[in-house]
Design a protein around this ligand. Structure first.
Ligand SMILES: Cc1cc2nc3c(=O)[nH]c(=O)nc-3n(C[C@H](O)[C@H](O)[C@H](O)COP(=O)(O)OP(=O)(O)OC[C@H]3O[C@@H](n4cnc5c(N)ncnc54)[C@H](O)[C@@H]3O)c2cc1C
Length: 402
């Protein structure tokens, strides 16, 4: 899919090449240390790469020009996201990692001038990190209208009480955006909750733990926390958007967010295919008879490449629709790419692991990291089953008799 015309298209391709070169030359060498060693320990080196990205004008590409970014369309950012996704550190180095990117987009649109100056500006510069606390252990995250966390307005403050988990990257973050019930009696359940910014040095905020994910507890940016809010008092002006707008804002946040995730997953698939092919070509069943000569292996490579190609076209077409008509018009398309590409990701990773044999399940390649951490792709941002229902209902409607 061509994104731009003539000269600007050439410029964009050159930009993609610059990202690719940076990721391969500068980020790949740091992966094993940061991913299987200590992420925190690797922070000085990661920060040096962030500085390099700034100097080269590649930092925070998703931002508008006035905010120091590139003013890209969602389609264009998607193409960059694919390249960054080839490394688990790619998005982090360029400060366009989830959940910060979603918070930046949300605050850019809906936060007050004061909140933007105090929190959004340093977030965009990569000086602080943030997180997003919606899901609760006691309630089904698939249907988040049922939240137990409350924010009660008392004078000029909100008093927040609640228990959240899977607050990704809370460890070391400067603030979170909390989804809390502000109007429990509202007749429309989608207008009962609001989004409120909470600085994490607040005495009413409690960091409980980083939740181990299939044996990996993680740390700093690479973690998912359980947290509590106990009589946590924040100024009422920390409200983002209007009271009761929480779900509407969450939808705004998730539409482009699914494009980002899907393109990142496509990048992971490409790296997995690269690892799969290199291994297949060098692993000898007999002298001179590499694994790559086996038809089953060839099938896996072909199926992976074809499904990644289909995914890319589908996601970029959805991004184009969001760019041109808005996220609401692309609702079913967004649901479709979410479950389709997460499935392609799972299958591609599984095939790549199988080709590597025992090596595939060790921590000597990145495959085990992705297998462990990207299993969540079928669960977060709405479980696949919920998205399939969205699409199926739309299709069924076309055939329903009146
Ligand atoms: C890696 C990861 C990172 C995350 N990061 C964040 C974060 O930063 N902030 C945050 O707030 N949350 C985060 N989450 C939480 C995530 O949003 C929830 O896990 C998700 O919404 C599902 O909620 P649940 O886990 O409570 O599953 P449940 O709602 O209990 O659902 C369990 C299962 O039931 C099935 N199911 C549910 N609904 C339906 C349906 N309508 N039809 C058919 N089947 C259905 C699905 O198979 C689903 O997986 C993260 C989760 C993961 C795994």
């Amino acid at each position: 899919m061509e994104l731009n015309e003539d000269k600007s298209n050439t410029d964009f391709r050159q930009l993609l090449s610059r990202y690719e070169e940076f990721v391969i030359k500068d980020i790949y060498p740091l992966e094993m240390e940061a991913i299987y060693g200590s992420f925190k320990g690797a922070l000085p080196k990661l920060n040096a790469l962030r500085e390099k990205a700034k100097k080269e004008g590649l930092f925070a590409p998703h931002l508008s020009r006035s905010e120091g970014g590139m003013g890209l369309s969602l389609q264009e950012f998607g193409r960059i996201s694919e390249i960054l996704g080839k490394s688990p550190l790619g998005h982090y180095v360029f400060n366009c990692q989830a959940p910060d990117i979603g918070n930046m987009e949300l605050m850019h649109q809906f936060a007050s001038k004061e909140l933007k100056e105090k929190y959004l500006s340093p977030l965009q510069k990569g000086e602080i990190r943030s997180c997003f606390a919606m899901t609760e252990p006691e309630n089904a995250g698939s249907n988040p209208v049922h939240l137990s966390t409350t924010a009660v307005r008392v004078g000029d403050e909100y008093i927040i009480n609640g228990h959240k988990w899977f607050t990704s990257s809370a460890d070391g973050a400067a603030f979170t955006i909390v989804m809390a019930v502000t109007d429990p009696e509202h007749p429309n359940p989608y207008q009962r909750a609001s989004m409120i910014l909470v600085p994490l040095d607040n005495p009413g905020y409690q960091f409980v733990r980083n939740i181990p994910i299939m044996g990996d507890v993680g740390e700093d940016y690479m973690s998912h926390a359980e947290v509590k809010f106990v009589n946590c008092s924040v100024p009422a002006s920390n409200l983002i958007g209007e009271s009761g707008q929480g779900f509407a804002l969450a939808q705004e946040r998730l539409g482009p967010g699914r494009i980002h995730h899907c393109m990142r997953w496509i990048g992971i698939c490409e790296r997995a295919i690269e690892l799969m092919c290199k291994r297949a070509l060098t692993r000898m069943l007999d002298p001179g008879r590499p694994l790559s000569q086996q038809q089953t292996i060839q099938n896996w490579i072909a199926e992976s490449v074809a499904s990644v190609k289909a995914s890319r076209l589908m996601v970029l077409a959805t991004a184009k629709k969001i760019d041109e008509e808005g996220a609401k018009a692309a609702k079913e398309d967004i649901s479709t790419i979410k479950f389709f590409v997460s499935d392609v990701l799972m299958k591609t990773l599984d095939r790549a692991i199988q080709v590597h044999g025992a090596l595939g399940i060790t921590d000597d390649t990145l495959l085990s990291f992705w297998y462990r951490h990207e299993r969540g792709a079928r669960i977060y941002d709405g479980p696949d089953e919920v998205h399939k229902t969205v699409l199926a209902k739309r299709v069924l409607k076309q055939y329903a008799t009146k």
